[in-house]
Design a protein around this ligand. Sequence first.
Ligand code: AMP
Length: 186
Amino acid sequence: MRIVLLGPPGSGKGTQAAMLKGRLGVPHISTGDLLRQAVADGTELGKKAKAAMDAGELVSDDLMLGLIEERLGADDVATGFILDGYPRNRAQAKSLDELLERIGQPVDKALELSVDEEEIVERLAKRARDEGRSDDTEEVIRNRLAVYREQTAPISDHYDRKGLLTRVDGIGSIEEINQRLVAALD
Ligand code: AMP
């Protein structure tokens, strides 16, 4: 099963992907996690990505394509994947389609978690207190939401046109939302 998980920052994609991963037996691929690891490891990629991440901007499409191409080439992807945080704009959606077509592994389903902006700001402020992520300050949160609205939200259409999109209400308990996602996959 090959899934793209969509939704604004703080919509619970990471939490839900981790739960679905266990159920479906496929890897959870979070580009945000991969980038944070690269920054922590001080790799070339990490050095190039850090400024954009700290500002809540998107890392360049070229860097992201290299990263995702490498990750999707790994053996554990043979069973499928849950992509979380990629694609993030139209160009990435197109690159991903081409890449997956090339490796004969097209997306089966795009699931979008819908959460309104007020709830998102609250959740991200809480995460900032709990986890201390450097990109969860109020100013950067606002920018990340603007980037989402302008660049990422439109790609739901990309999957909708292909008949692959299901929107799922992202408000409720973690378990409730998980059940909605599982139902959408049946
Ligand atoms: P996330 O954990 O998915 O919210 O990602 C954290 C940050 O990593 C984002 O605000 C971006 O700066 C960067 N990032 C993650 N995924 C992508 C992507 N697909 N394209 C560009 N930048 C990304």
